[in-house]
Design a protein around this ligand. Structure first.
Ligand SMILES: NC(=O)c1ccc[n+]([C@@H]2O[C@H](COP(=O)([O-])OP(=O)(O)OC[C@H]3O[C@@H](n4cnc5c(N)ncnc54)[C@H](O)[C@@H]3O)[C@@H](O)[C@H]2O)c1
Ligand SMILES: [Fe+2]
Length: 374
């Protein structure tokens, strides 16, 4: 049966969007609990967007022991604090790292498990218990504010991957584009390309569905038209607003169909070679477009037309231009990855998300792809 005839769409997260909407955070938080805890990463707590949040949430205690690519250990420590201090609502401020750490901890703190490792790598189901979580994104990228996923790293086991479950949906996303004006050029590009990957992968996933398709195309259109401007003119309110909207829209677009080969390939690149998430996704994006476009037929043409592009090669060229503008690696050599790692990279890219790819990728296809990227 065609995806157009049979599907279920849901998005349980309330979304409040707009420049200055952070002013509504006190009421939104008070409606969910009386003992909030603010969560942000170690760098963000020193930056203006966090100061702005603290101005509106005066006196709320802060947990900031979160690193990029949040770890199982950070989630466990945050959950222990939530339990010990009896917090009843979590406000996560930051990029995907802070939001994912807080989302996972809000579930762990409300349930019976002692470590999120049980869910991340030992096959224990997440369960439905959770503290309510309000997500305040300060990057325009992951869409984590509207997804039921948290991507965690287990440094002991050297694995990075998502956990999933409805309990991970934030109850409310407060998306204020003004919080993104302080993003440096490189982080703007890296996170914006992650959002573009979500739009493309949600659209070409084998589990694609119509409402998500519409959101994916619009997100891609906005990103193609605004990412360069947002990166080069960081205070351009219109470009920043378009990017924040696009990133949330792309999150809503992939959260049900889920991602595919680009994200599957990103996990070993991040876990073993410490590439930032968006950098790792962008690394194989041009190859993935060239690999998948031929089997997508009319659907790819519709996507490209909707995104304001004439051809798949035009999209490839735009991705390459953005990567070069951000100083992102385009080859294994740029990334400092020896060619001898190609067989391992190919083997480790078979995360379950690979099954969503519209065209079957074999290990030989992956080896050939990485050989073109030497
Ligand atoms: N849960 C999901 O659905 C989902 C989807 C995609 C990616 N992810 C995960 O999200 C993480 C990446 O998140 P990210 O790309 O948003 O980056 P990030 O959260 O790691 O942040 C990157 C850096 O930008 C800084 N920063 C954040 N906002 C800023 C601002 N406004 N001004 C200046 N600096 C700012 C942070 O302090 C940090 O140093 C990865 O772990 C990735 O796997 C999750
Ligand atoms: Fe992503």
């Amino acid at each position: 049966m065609s995806a157009t005839n049979s599907w279920t769409f849901k998005l349980p997260t309330a979304v409040t969007f707009g420049a200055g909407c952070i002013g509504q955070l006190p009421q939104i938080t008070a409606a969910r609990g009386a003992r909030p805890l603010l969560v942000a990463d170690r760098d963000l707590v020193k930056l203006p967007p966090f100061a702005r949040v603290q101005q509106v949430l005066l006196g709320v205690p802060v947990f900031s022991d979160v690193t990029p690519d949040p770890t199982v250990a950070s989630v466990d420590a945050l959950a222990a604090r939530l339990r010990a201090e009896k917090h009843d609502v979590v406000v996560a401020v930051g990029g995907g790292s802070a939001m994912d750490c807080a989302k996972a901890a809000a579930c762990l703190a409300a349930g019976n498990l002692s470590s999120i490792r049980a869910v991340h790598s030992e096959g224990v189901p997440l369960g439905s218990a959770r503290l309510p979580l309000i997500a305040v994104p300060t990057t325009a990228g992951t869409g984590s504010e509207v997804t039921p996923f948290a991507v965690l790293s287990d440094t002991e086991k050297q694995v990075k991957g998502p956990i999933a479950g409805d309990a991970l949906y934030p109850v409310h996303a407060v998306v204020d584009p003004e919080l993104t004006h302080s993003l440096p050029l490189k982080v703007t590009i890296v996170t914006g390309l992650d959002a573009l990957c979500h739009a493309i992968e949600g659209y070409w996933s084998r589990n694609h569905q119509p409402i998500c398709d519409v959101m994916a195309i619009e997100a891609a259109r906005l990103i193609c038209a605004n990412l360069k401007r947002a990166a080069q003119q960081p205070g351009d309110a219109d470009a920043r607003s378009a990017m924040s909207y696009a990133a949330t829209l792309a999150g809503a677009a992939f959260q049900l169909p889920k991602n595919a080969m680009v994200h599957a390939c990103s996990f070993p690149l991040s876990a073993r070679f410490h590439m930032a998430h968006g950098t790792a996704c962008a690394f194989t994006l041009e190859e993935a477009i060239r690999f998948n476009a031929p089997v997508m037929g009319e659907r790819m043409t519709a996507f490209l037309r909707g995104a304001g592009l004439g051809s798949a090669e035009e999209l490839v060229a735009l991705v390459r231009e953005l990567k070069q503008l951000g100083g992102l690696p385009c080859t294994l050599r740029d990334a400092g990855i020896p060619a001898a790692e190609i067989p391992n990279l190919a083997k480790e890219s078979f995360h379950p998300l690979m099954k969503n790819n519209p065209r079957t990728m074999t290990e030989a296809d992956l080896v050939a792809m990485y050989e073109r990227l030497v």
